[in-house]
Design a protein around this ligand. Structure first.
Ligand code: SF4
Ligand code: SF4
Length: 411
């Protein structure tokens, strides 16, 4: 489910302008749609009042396909599907997961985004700076190589280029590093790996963005440029195994890089921590006496089937009273930050994160665990405006594990 369709080059169009530019699978999907509404009923964009219906997207493709056959001329998709619809999607995959006919709504939306960006130069103004930063500096914030991973200097981590055949490359990700207030969690990840004596090294100034925001926005030029540079660098350094803390880096490097011959063994850190606990290399011994629930990140739980691993870590910590949210695991509800929504303004309707935070408050747990810098940042900010008492906190599962092992940063 996490694999993105390659950019189609079979027609003159980049992305899909007309139904003839769509893949045979998308055309077949439109014919097969039972119009049952299960996709739409689980879509956070629809549920929060956006003008996007995953069901309607498929139905509009069907109508344009029929009109193409009737008129013997290819019908334009942008005439039927608005810009507002295509930019409202957080690419959470809830529609795809809930469709009984395995229809891929996101593939259609992505082809429309690609065509808007690559052929019509139409994309939301809020993304201009981020895309320019990716193009010029290789990271979302525009920090550039000179400032890359400066905050980690005091950790004295080995660089891959200088280390003696490390087993893993530890990939930080530029969003977690620069914009998501996540450096303490990254340091706790480092502490956990060092406690378990895992052999790893970092890229330092050579680490670029993985390219995820560009790919989800349909900016294939920028994405492919970054992906190819990263793959070349990793190959030159002989990297075989990668660990990352960001579900979006994880998904992109695991599922999208093989399209460009980047075939690495990519693990999210929760997979590795679970494995280290099983092997007896980490002992979760210090209790956390709190009522805790869990918000599953879409790109771990639904897209990559890692829900069980996160729960295994949480429930292995002594003292925790664990309670599930109503929408959990592969049926979790999006935080609203995927599909490059992190850089887009949400309107109309409620914010997706408002609905999720209301659900979390109703569960009445002191702490909500999660395992994604985007989820932590977006839901944490939303909670500040919904809970003035400060009763409800968010915590990354890596911070919880580091505390229980006794190696958490700063204490
Ligand atoms: S869930 Fe699938 S079959 Fe049902 S309306 Fe959505 S796309 Fe069509
Ligand atoms: S990926 Fe998520 S936000 Fe986008 S249409 Fe599907 S359910 Fe809605």
């Amino acid at each position: 489910m996490g694999k993105t369709r390659p950019l189609l080059l079979a027609t003159d169009s980049l992305g899909a302008a007309t139904v003839e530019d769509l893949s045979w699978k998308s055309i077949l999907d439109a014919q097969a749609c039972a119009n049952c509404g299960r996709c739409e009923n689980n879509c956070p964009a629809s549920l929060s009042g956006k003008r996007l219906s995953s069901r309607e997207i498929v139905q509009k493709v069907l109508r344009q396909t029929r009109a193409t056959l009737k008129n013997s001329s290819p019908q334009h998709l942008h005439d039927a599907i608005s810009q507002e619809e295509i930019w409202a999607c957080s690419m959470c995959m809830a529609c795809v997961k809930n469709c009984p006919l395995y229809i891929d709504h996101v593939g259609i939306i992505l082809e429309l985004r690609r065509n808007s960006v690559l052929q019509q130069a139409q994309f939301p103004a809020e993304t201009h700076t981020m895309l320019r930063n990716l193009e010029l500096y290789g990271d979302v914030q525009g920090e550039g190589a000179a400032n890359r991973q400066q905050w980690a200097l005091d950790l004295s981590l080995p660089l891959v280029a200088e280390a003696r055949k490390p087993e893993y490359l530890l990939w930080f990700g530029c969003s977690p590093e620069y914009i998501l207030n996540y450096q303490t969690t990254i340091k706790n990840m480092v502490n956990i790996l060092q406690t378990a004596k895992v052999s790893f090294a970092i890229l330092g100034k050579d680490e670029l963005c993985c390219g995820d925001p560009a790919r989800r926005l349909g900016e294939e030029d920028i994405f492919q440029n970054i992906a190819r540079k990263n793959i070349q660098k990793l190959d030159d350094l002989g990297i075989k195994k990668i660990i990352t803390i960001c579900p979006h880096c994880f998904n992109t490097m695991k599922h999208d890089y093989p399209e460009f011959n980047g075939t690495f063994q990519v693990q999210h850190v929760v997979e590795l921590v679970e494995q280290l606990i099983d092997e007896g290399r980490l002992e979760l011994k210090y209790p956390i006496h709190k009522k805790i629930t869990l918000h599953d990140p879409c790109y771990l739980g639904r897209v990559n089937n890692l829900s069980a691993g996160i729960r295994k870590i949480i429930t292995a910590i002594p003292g925790i009273d664990f309670k599930e949210l109503p929408r959990n695991s592969e049926n979790s509800y999006c935080c609203g930050g995927g599909g490059a929504q992190m850089w887009l303004h949400e309107s109309p309707g409620n914010r997706i994160s408002t609905l999720r935070v209301q659900e979390i408050i109703a569960a009445d747990c002191q702490v909500t665990a999660t395992a994604c810098p985007y989820c932590l940042s977006i839901l944490g900010e939303e909670m500040k405006s919904c809970d003035e008492s400060g009763k409800f906190k968010f915590m990354d599962v890596i911070d919880m594990a580091a505390y229980s092992i006794g190696c958490n940063y700063g204490e």
